[in-house]
Design a protein around this ligand. Sequence first.
Ligand code: BGC
Length: 836
Amino acid sequence: MRISHLRVNHLPEPLGSGPGSPVFSWIVSDSVSTRQESARLRVFRDGECVCDTGFDPELDALGTELPLKLEPRTRYSWRVAVRGELGDLAESGEAFFETGKLGEAWLGRWIRAESEELCILEKTFRLEGEPEKARLYLTGLGLYRCFVNGLPASDEVLLPGLNAYDRWVQAQAFDVGRLLRRGENRLEIWLAGGIARGRFSYTPAGDYAYCPYDCAVAELHVFGPAGETVVATDDSWRWRTSPILESSIYDGEIWDPGRAVSEGAAVLCEPPVGPIRDRLSPPVRIVEERKPLSLLRTPKGETVLDMGQNMVGWLRFPVSGGKGRVLRVRFGEQLEHGCFSQANLRTAKAAFEWRCDGKERTAEPFFTWYGFRYALLEGFGEEVRAEDFTGFVVSSDLERTGSVVTGHEGLNRLFENVLRSQRGNFLDVPTDCPQRDEREGWTGDAQVFADTACFNLDCAAFFGKYMADMLEEQAGAEGCVPCVVPFARRRSRGFEGGAVGWGDAAAVIPHTLWLHYGDRALLRRQLPNMTAWTEWVARQTDWPAVCRHFGDWLALDRPEEPAERVGKTDIAFLCLCYAHFSARLTAEAAAVLGESEASRRASELAETYKRKLQRDWFTPEGDILCRTQTACVLALRMGLAPEEEHIRRTLHELLAETGHLTTGFLGTPWLLEELSPKDAWDLLLREDYPSWLYEVKLGATTVWERWNSLTEEGCFSETGMNSLNHYAYGSVCAWFYRRMCGVEPLPEGPGFRRFRWAPLPDRRVGFASCRLRTPCGEICSEWKYEGGRLILSLTVPFGSTAEARLPDGREGSLPAGEYRFRILLPEEHKNGGTDA
Ligand code: BGC
């Protein structure tokens, strides 16, 4: 038996990470047993055991919350021992977690520079002895980077993370012991506006979103032979002007390292915003380095770097000599007619400018990011070389958990594109897009993509932070969910929220996390999101009319009004569907948590909506009055169709009538799921417009916002709103896991304690194989055609059971183990088609 993946609050060895109460989880593999009979958790502080659960059959490997009284700024270690049902036993190695400030008062004070320019706050100090251990606790707004003796305090970027700063500010803790030395030392905190003070969100006025000035608070605790030394922010700190002249997440940065520096004494300032709390965000890091594919000369004579694929992050390049020379890089996603284009960025300038000071330096931006494949180079001269540039891909650093490979190259490309769009838009916040003047945590996009997201990457902590932020927003809005989270109230008028399918993120995401991760403590933290939203909806006497709705966003079912973005599915219909769905998910969550009163109330609401929907939107014969593909999909998916088979036929007919899919953001995620296996495969494999493979065929390397973001000639089809990196339609990948490979998490055994295994093989694709690192361990599912046979195999991890249904109709429960099945194909199937 082997025990691995020791996590606290779903993070490996977190340092200074909240929330206060730790939830422990682990994975068992290589055991003769199939499940855990009991486990024992021990927590230590300074080698002394502060908690020993003894062997307890109730300890849950998917999430065990212990009632520990934790001290601030303290390191704990822990181990878990597991006994299998056959008596085998193992103990894990030791893992640690370390608390941050918890609720402790800060010794550091908020400080800022007395300057209108971008500045660096700094402090020089002496350490008498050789430092043995040091921890730096800090935060700063808008964005900060901290250097200790000229070296980065951490490999994380875009700190302190992006969240609802008017409600709380995340503080980080870093181990900086290795960077300090006896004698003189220096701390520097570089600041720029980020989303707090810089340009952000929709209101055009130059008003700041969260905070009128850049500021920081820090305290460094150094332990050495002479005891503890604390260096905290106060008015003994100094400021100097930064080499960064301008910084904006949308427009990019201008650097002038040779500029004249002014400086002065830092001043204490009011805590600008919400209270400081220990971070919840998983780290944002450079997760990949890429070299350009080529350097192009365009028909217009432009010099353009091609990174080979759409990416999110920035470029680094060396600079030498040329005092007074100005280098400019502009970032874009697409060449139009072979030339550089920023036509889809709206007002975002997406540029980087470097004013050379004659010295050898490395140029790279600090506080912005770009969504780009191409970079237009200006001022670099003839001698510029592609190999001088390195692309840094930036993302929340989440563990890859899922992959699907098939025998179809287009599907594999689609899958990779979706993953790339997820990485590029999971930048502390699940954003809609990474390139134009938006980059916001749109709730609807996150909601429809959450299921796919949780298959691909371990998103428990990532969405945990997003939902904590959402709850903060809901608390200030009587349960209503803003269109975007975090919601920059001062700059986002008109987006206060409540939109159907968008606000429902408050119920759908917690449910999705429960299904994927089975962590009861996480669900308990998020039940308030669910109930607050459900109650807000219940209080609306006319929900369709009270707020701005986006409906089945960007659907294609209004061909007569091509400029209309809200699809044809009636808002009133959608409101009843989602009111029912969210209430039902809330009722289920409350029931799991033993909140029977809350559960009863929510299921009553759900029933009321269902009755009303069936009365208003279906005929006595079972016909649906809202005749769109999305309406059928949602009615089926949400269990709202009085006559399911009838609506399935209607969906099939609607598809045949238009000859293609027409669904938008709300219908697309479940479209394939609700079609017959044959219709689903046929649709997935289509390459003509509109389809998922259409964009793959046109060379897409990320998922487009619209089915037709580009024309066949590769030009933007409509420049107003056309991101080439928008994950919503990538939600189709859930079907790859759930249906194609047949691995579907079941609510009766969340966290893959129980899952259905019912693959839908299709001969045109030849084989499909999926690996999924679930909270129980790794599931592998594979099918392939070999001669006249279909071979299927499955690995069920420890502590998990598969409810298998094979394409030939065989059924059964499979406990942990490895399985292989062979099906002789009937003659008529040998020439193609779906064998499910
Ligand atoms: C965003 C979307 C979002 C939508 C809401 C757009 O500007 O990019 O993805 O969900 O607005 O209507």
